[in-house]
Design a protein around this ligand. Sequence first.
Ligand SMILES: Cc1cc2nc3c(=O)[nH]c(=O)nc-3n(C[C@H](O)[C@H](O)[C@H](O)COP(=O)(O)OP(=O)(O)OC[C@H]3O[C@@H](n4cnc5c(N)ncnc54)[C@H](O)[C@@H]3O)c2cc1C
Length: 445
Amino acid sequence: MSAASSVAIVGGGLAGLAAAVALGSADRAATLFEARPHLGGRATSYPLNTADDNSTTIDNCQHVLLRCCTNLIDFYRRLGVENRIRFHREFYWIEPGGRTSSMRRGLLPAPLHFTESFAKLRFLSLADKMSVATGLLAVKYEYGKRADLDSLSMLNWLREKKQTPGAIERFWRQILVSAINEDLEQMAAAHGLQVFYLGFLSKADSYEMGIPAVPLADLYSEESWSNYPSVRIEHRTTVKQLCFENGRVTGMMLGDESLRQAGAYILAVPFERVAALAPGLPLELSAFSHAPITGIHLWFDRPVTDLPHATLLDRTIQWMFNKHEGRHIQLVVSASRTLTEMPRADVIELALKELKEFFPRAAEANLERAHVVKEVRATFSAAPGLESKRPLNRTAIPNLFLAGDWTQSGWPATMEGAVRSGYLAAEAVLASFDSPRRFLRADVA
Ligand SMILES: Cc1cc2nc3c(=O)[nH]c(=O)nc-3n(C[C@H](O)[C@H](O)[C@H](O)COP(=O)(O)OP(=O)(O)OC[C@H]3O[C@@H](n4cnc5c(N)ncnc54)[C@H](O)[C@@H]3O)c2cc1C
């Protein structure tokens, strides 16, 4: 194929990879340029010690999905790796002191599938449970119908629904801060309702939590691309700037000063990188800000838990993931602004102290190693009012397209949102070449 009919994709995160898979599925020649040595962007893994061939590989941070992430699952299927995602039906909630409740679907059809286990949750009082039930009913009636959900904060929506403090702190906040990576005070209600509508109410299995059984980067390995011979990937290749002439992109300058040309260009980089690559593109980038995530890896000399994962109530740490036999534990704190300035040693001390409150066996175990990953720019903050500022995948330049979790994907900053944006960008590119194709799958609703 000639350069005029080929596509250049800048960025090998999930948005760029999804665009590449879609274009490859349409047999369109595409070259993906990724600055780093590995693919996956923020959803990747890397060796802890690059100088050591036997070094432990860790994920940038634990990444999970729900079954309602229909496009992400489709992307894994197209790469032939969907069987490397293990889905879990049971959610565990632990209170300080160790009392554990679990939630799983029962025999009733959606949206009543949690009724049985919800009634048995021990960390909510009866009044909290009644409050949550009326809140969920309101989600069902208002999601997708009420016009002001993007301008309202989730906390204000919950107050409007007269939710009890227990329901807000131990149920809504516990789930949503991790799902959206933002505090309830700073999160648009539209996103909060979406999580519960799609993940908890729409289908009985849509809440099931998928956890990759392999390091994240293995999901996008070379072998996965063998089905897409029209796609080329160039690692360690930084794009410095796009070149414009007569209202079109005419090429890209790479870090080594060489010029690359294609018929269409997809910029699949985070929002803070766009202005440097395509100055003058009319985007409302100042509306975006970041929300951080902190991951803490702890390696013990013996197992401290048998649970595969759990959400931890009333403390800084929100989630525990059992990475290996209860000895390698990963803890996650979303919207972790209180930890970003804290010295790493203090973060580890805090994590250990809290872990012992939930898992008494941690008090007897010896910590062999610890590693803290602070992602200050983990996601964009899903603030009220932002939705209308997220750009579409088409731009004012006819052969320039955008992808990335921050574009108008219909989802917050998640792997599903990134894949959706990549599919949408590929659809727009193919339509511009007069060979339209559909890749985006509908939400489960
Ligand atoms: C710690 C953490 C935990 C998370 N947990 C979850 C989770 O559990 N579930 C979930 O769904 N989501 C989670 N997310 C969010 C999810 O990872 C992101 O929304 C998604 O991966 C974003 O993909 P993207 O392709 O839009 O951007 P990115 O992943 O940022 O990809 C952009 C790529 O562009 C490359 N690039 C940038 N500039 C250039 C250039 N000039 N030339 C060439 N390449 C360039 C970068 O190297 C990068 O690979 C988490 C994110 C973080 C950081």
